[in-house]
Design a binder for this molecule. Structure first.
Ligand code: KG4
Ligand code: ZN
Length: 335
């Protein structure tokens, strides 16, 4: 079964054709990051407008690369939640137009479920159940993936997401948007023991995260130093901050795995591109004898191939949308 999938939840306009949830026939991503960089973050209205401009061309390109006509795809899929509402609406309305003109089934896909499904493309043998750390710009969750469409959140952030913390701290260090990737590169050259940052825990919620105190701590360090006319060594600051975030993520993820007896661990979302997070999890899983699956860097960020992958399993479980489909800015991954 070949699904044409569309993604427009944030600042990437993407289209892909994916077969049976695992095989990518074509995938096109148009990034708006250069424009948002000028403002230090995603400007929602600009994102919506750029999606409106790009979506037809990106979809045509994906069909052309797949050597298919629109009428030859078996179903349509779209990210409908969560994300920037204006951005999501562009994809949702565009796909409804495609459904109206072709009569093909339409499958609505949750953005975080699709991040997890990036692993189904990269690892043909990976099947649920497994324990997943989903870390993106907007979310940080520990999820028990019981089946392709049965997911249970057992840990979550109480404030900022890991990617958001990286981006805000990186901005304070003078790095361009999106700062996570820049901080990761700069941190490679720094001493991660140079600065001490808090490792906050949430009382009574052993798998939950809290990153806003950590972000505030680094911003305060920078302000205090600049008030004294000092400049802090950015490599050391980045390395120490990255270590603190990765310590928190791995600590809760490992505790959850131990407590529930998970032996198959998976990561998903933009922050799973982080070098330290990847190497730390590789080391832990090797020691514990656990299996570890991570998306390749090309599938960590937003793309439509992962939407097409999850859409196949949503379709198999009977999920369909009509022409009254709406977008939602916030929605639990369990719904
Ligand atoms: O999953 P994603 O592409 O979009 C959302 O759904 O939010 O995640 C984007 C986030 C941004 O915050 C970005 O800074 C972060 O992922 N990110 C990283 C790295 N690469 C991307 N954070 C830390 N280290 C990286 N190498
Ligand atoms: Zn995403």
């Amino acid at each position: 079964m070949r699904i044409l999938a569309i993604e427009s939840s944030c600042d990437e306009t993407a289209a892909a054709v994916v077969e049976d949830g695992r095989k990518v026939i074509s995938s096109v991503v148009a990034s708006q990051v250069e424009e948002h960089k000028l403002y230090g973050g995603v400007v929602p209205e600009i994102a919506s407008r750029r999606h409106a401009e790009a979506i037809v061309g990106v979809t045509q390109q994906a069909l052309m690369q797949a050597e298919m006509k629109l009428g030859e795809v078996d179903a349509l899929a779209v990210t409908y939640a969560p994300g920037l509402i204006g951005a999501l609406l562009v994809g949702v309305n565009f796909v409804k137009g495609l459904k109206l003109s072709t009569g093909k089934p339409l499958i609505p896909v949750h953005h975080l479920r699709s991040h997890i499904a990036a692993n189904y493309i990269a690892h043909p043998d990976l099947k649920p159940p497994f324990l997943c750390l989903v870390v993106s710009g907007g979310h940080s969750h520990i999820i028990q993936v019981e089946d392709y469409t049965a997911l249970k959140v057992i840990g979550r952030t109480r404030d900022d997401a890991a990617g958001e913390a990286f981006d805000k701290a990186a901005r304070a260090m003078g790095m361009p948007y999106p700062g996570g990737i820049h901080m990761d590169q700069v941190a490679e050259r720094g001493n991660d023991g140079a600065f001490r940052f808090p490792h906050p825990r949430v009382d009574g919620a052993p798998y939950d995260f809290s990153f806003s105190g950590l972000k505030t701590a680094v911003i305060n360090q920078i302000h205090n130093a600049s008030q004294k006319g000092m400049e802090l060594p950015v490599e050391d600051l980045a390395a120490s901050f990255r270590k603190a975030v990765v310590d928190c993520l791995t600590d809760r993820f490992v505790k959850a795995a131990e407590d529930i007896g998970a032996v198959k661990l998976v990561t998903a979302g933009g922050v799973s591109a982080n070098r330290l997070l990847r190497s730390r999890l590789e080391e832990i899983c090797r020691q514990e004898g656990w299996q570890l699956f991570m998306p390749p860097l090309s599938l960590c960020g937003d793309n439509a191939a992962m939407v097409g992958a999850q859409a196949y399993y949503e379709y198999c479980s009977g999920k369909r949308a009509g022409l009254d489909l709406n977008a939602c800015a916030a929605m639990s991954i369990e719904e």
